[in-house]
Design a protein around this ligand. Structure first.
Ligand code: ADP
Ligand code: ADP
Ligand code: ZN
Length: 213
């Protein structure tokens, strides 16, 4: 099973991808998490990515595509994966398609989590993230059991630098310009499934599970 998560920043891609990965025993591959791990480890890739991420811009395609294609070649991806945060441009989608076609493979579903912009800023300002396992919480909508602590791994939760309102606005603009066209792209590929992302996390997951079964 190969799945792509689509949706605006804050739509709930990461939250749902974690649930899908658990349910279907496939890896959750998040390009944002890979970039953040590189920043934490001080790699060249991390330094390059950070300058774009801090401004709410996309990391250039050539860097991102190579990194992602390498990641899905790893052994744990042999039985499929759920991609969270990739592709974000038509060029990324085309490269992924080409690379899969060369191996006689294809993406099964592109799940689009639909949330209006008006709900996004509130979601992002309340988001708290686990820097160790990538889990995401919300101070009011999805609080951890113990305040400030990750339920999965016990790490202290942080607020991401790029979740400041100014950066969120830029990211939304970038989403509409560069990423939203992927909704039509995957619709014309015949694999688009849109779910209402304004429902509770459990209800959204139910709708996704319905699509995948
Ligand atoms: P969110 O969960 O809010 O959608 P992500 O963690 O997916 O955010 O991404 C954070 C940042 O990492 C993006 O704003 C962008 O700078 C960079 N990034 C992540 N994935 C990609 C991608 N596929 N292409 C380009 N940049 C990316
Ligand atoms: P994305 O990966 O698309 O950027 P996240 O999964 O990190 O989004 O979710 C963004 C924020 O919204 C987090 O604080 C998360 O806890 C919260 N959230 C996710 N899904 C829902 C939902 N269905 N209802 C309310 N809040 C949600
Ligand atoms: Zn954690």
């Amino acid at each position: 099973m190969k799945i792509i998560m689509l949706g605006a920043p804050g739509a709930g891609k990461g939250t749902q991808a974690v649930k899908i990965a658990k349910e279907y025993s496939i890896p959750h591959v998040s390009t944002g998490d890979i970039f953040r791990a590189n920043i934490k480890n001080g790699t060249e890739l991390g330094k390059k990515a950070k300058s774009y991420m801090d401004k709410g811009q996309l990391v250039p395609d050539e860097v991102t595509i190579e990194m992602l294609l390498k990641r899905i070649e790893e052994d744990d991806c042999g039985g499929g994966y759920v991609l969270d945060g990739f592709p974000r441009t038509i060029a990324q989608a085309e490269s992924l398609k080409k690379s899969l076609e060369a191996k006689k493979q294809k993406i099964d579903y592109a799940i689009n989590i639909d949330v209006p912009d008006s709900a996004i800023v509130e979601r992002m300002s309340g988001r708290r993230s686990c820097p160790k396992c990538g889990a995401s919480y919300h101070v009011s909508f999805n609080p951890p059991k113990k305040e400030g602590t990750c339920d999965n791994c016990g790490e202290s939760l942080i607020q991401r630098d790029d979740d400041k309102p100014e950066t969120v606005e830029k990211r939304l603009e970038v989403y509409h310009e560069q990423t939203k066209p992927l909704v039509d792209y995957y619709d014309s590929e015949g694999i688009l499934k849109t779910v209402d992302g304004t429902k509770t996390t459990d209800e959204v997951f139910k709708a996704i599970a319905e699509v995948l079964k």
